[in-house]
Design a protein around this ligand. Sequence first.
Ligand code: 13P
Length: 279
Amino acid sequence: MYTDFNAMLKEAYSRSGAVGSFNWYNYETLRGIIDASNETGLPVIASFGAKYLKNMSLETAAAMTRSLAEGTRQSICLHLDHCSDKAVIARAVRAGFGSVMYDGSSLPFEENLRNTAEICAIAHACGVSVEAELGSLAAGEHSHEGSADDREVYTDPAMAAEFVSRTGVDALAVSIGTVHGLYKSTPNIRIDILKEINAAVRSPLVLHGGSGTPEEKLLSCIQNGISKINVNTEISEYAVSRSAELLKNERPHFSVLSLKQAEWIKEIVSHYIRLFACL
Ligand code: 13P
């Protein structure tokens, strides 16, 4: 069933757990994510990035999610990931997405804040939740989100508190040392900064760049206010490696390969859903 992002994150935040948010772009990835939610009995965020509009339209993404989520008793939220185009966000709201991420992180503070507040007014009036971002992440290897020019800028705790109270945003993505993609060297996750942000903001925070982050660091982030963790690259890498391994020795029908791929996605997503839930 389709669910409210805001309620999902508030519930996770109140018990120091987090909801996994996994990027999808085809039938196999969405099927795997929803099957993982069914298998674990836990909620999930199916995150369709504006990046993947070449793979399918927002309307197709919403129709597919509605159809596959209908058959489940678990809470599934269809989320629009990283979008800086207000027209695309408006279309996602109209198409039936449960939440949207307005990414104004490259803009000056006041401009990001003004745009986010505008998106919140429209989305909230339609019952859709909003995520925004303050600070920015560097890009690691195989990143599909970032580019080599992305600079790491840690989120400032006082600015984060002001941003959330003036915009009314439902969740804030923060920069504390994770990268989009795989790490080029040992990650330095700044739990000290996160603690200050959490103490100042006191509402759900989001961690982008989950791939390759040591699990004990992810758990420490969850204990300190992170209620949503995004994972993309690692899941794609896993499915591509398993596919390559299989294709070395076999030449299955495409329909069989598709089923196997959905199964591999389910395996890795289930692992992360359980880890993040902290039950
Ligand atoms: P990774 O690809 O590093 O897991 O990041 C995913 C992400 O942040 C999606 O917005």
